[in-house]
Design a protein around this ligand. Structure first.
Ligand SMILES: *Cc1c(COP(=O)(O)O)cnc(C)c1O
Length: 411
């Protein structure tokens, strides 16, 4: 077990939690030919309760990060009542799992059919937009509804985020004035929303965005009822240890309190990654080794899209008993498809004697891992195993320690 702590790089990452490898080793002993997804409902529940208790407003789950029905149920059971949906399929999914939940349609470019179904069939009253065209579309599709909460999406800087969401959507400060005034005339409640980019590493991103919101409100001189700070709340990955989430919440709360908004204005957020990153991981098998490259049975068309396409680093741990005592070396991975793009550069540190037939766990794949999986080339994952051991890293470290004092190694 102790060698495995070293493999995790505990010293380097204060957010790493010592994990119990028993469940993973059990799986390895069965020698499954396909990847196995490990699910940690307790970790998703913990994240939900954390946001519900500590975020100084309303957290809604951004469904695109992981549209698993089980996960939606877990979040609902733990106090998440609102969901940020971006397609009509996501609205249908959430409503089928939690009929009492509230869906907000936060994609700024929607089809008229999707808006009409959301409004008339699913009772969706909240929509985002970033153009006059979309405003007119919403009015048309809802038959001139007068009970809408309409959130104007502003473009803000993505410079503090590991993954930009800054170019596709959002109005500039200059464009926002006319759109805010026009939207105010149609909306029952007027909101302003933005997204600072995913995996944002500093709360300053939110204070900078809030300053832009302030300027927009002042320029348009409209009454604003909702401020929606979007997603972007970080999780923990190798080489990415964010400040505590409480610091983000404090910064956002302070900025919100100082905005010129209506007395009863609400603060919303749309966390995706932070609510589900710790929910799942994947156990993979090595099918071949070539130098420092491991051919494994999951990849870019499976749960490792971000590892392949934007070089995302995920934690890895070898599942072998007895544990290897070889030193770590840096590996890259090839996924199972016949495509050269199916390559994960890493580096991923594993014991130097890792070889064909070995199993290892790739952690922190609950957000944008499972969600991106395809069936390309006939490779996918059919097996899901629920476990109550801890995820490899956690941003809910204090909560982990309170829950399992005996299981924690102090750093
Ligand atoms: C993707 C997305 C989110 C979730 O972002 P995370 O970085 O996963 O928290 C929230 N809101 C909108 C509009 C998004 O597009």
């Amino acid at each position: 077990m102790h060698q495995n702590h070293r493999a995790l790089g505990l010293a380097a990452h204060s957010t790493a939690v010592p994990s119990n490898l028993e469940r993973g080793i059990d799986i390895a002993k069965r020698r499954p030919a396909d990847p196995v997804t490990l699910l940690r409902p307790h970790a998703a529940a913990r994240a939900a309760r954390f946001f519900v208790e500590k975020f100084p407003g309303r957290p809604m789950y951004a469904v695109k990060a992981n549209p698993s029905a089980d996960l939606i149920q877990i979040l609902w059971d733990n106090g998440i009542t609102h969901f940020d949906t971006a397609s009509i399929a996501e609205v249908r999914l959430v409503k089928s799992v939690a009929p009492q939940s509230v869906c907000c349609f936060m994609h700024p470019v929607k089809s008229e059919e999707a808006i009409a179904e959301a409004y008339f069939t699913h009772g969706v009253r909240t929509y985002s937009l970033d153009s006059m065209e979309e405003l007119e579309k919403i009015v048309r599709a809802t038959n001139g509804a007068t009970d809408l909460t309409l959130c104007v999406r502003m473009r803000v800087s993505s410079e503090y985020a590991k993954l930009s969401l800054g170019s596709k959507f959002g109005v500039s400060l200059e464009e926002s004035k006319d759109l805010l005034i026009a939207t105010r005339q149609v909306a029952d409640a007027l909101g302003i929303c933005f997204h600072v980019g995913s995996q944002t590493m500093t709360p300053d991103a939110y204070s900078a965005a809030m300053e832009r919101v302030r300027a927009a409100i002042v320029a348009a001189a409209v009454t604003v009822d909702v401020i929606d700070v979007g997603g972007g709340f970080p999780s923990a990955y190798p080489g990415m240890t964010p400040p505590p989430l409480e610091r983000f919440f404090e910064t956002i709360h302070r900025a919100f309190e100082s905005l010129p908004v209506s007395y009863s204005a609400e603060l919303w957020a749309e966390p995706g990654r932070a609510l589900c990153a710790e929910y799942s991981s994947v156990v993979v098998r090595v099918e071949r080794r070539r130098g420092n490259e491991l051919y494994i049975n999951d990849g870019a068309y499976g749960a490792l899209f971000d590892a392949a396409h934007i070089g995302w680093k995920y934690p890895v741990q070898l599942l072998r008993e007895p544990a290897s005592d070889a030193r770590d070396m840096d590996f890259s991975f090839w996924g199972p498809t016949c495509d050269d793009l199916d390559f994960m550069q890493g580096p991923f540190p594993l014991p130097a004697d890792t070889n064909t037939g070995d199993y290892f766990e790739i952690g922190m794949l609950g957000a944008y891992g499972q969600a991106m999986r395809t069936q390309f080339n006939g490779f996918t994952c059919h097996e899901f195993v629920v476990t109550d051991d801890e995820p490899m890293f956690s941003v809910y470290r204090d909560e982990v320690e309170q829950a399992r004092p005996a299981n924690v190694v102090k750093l």
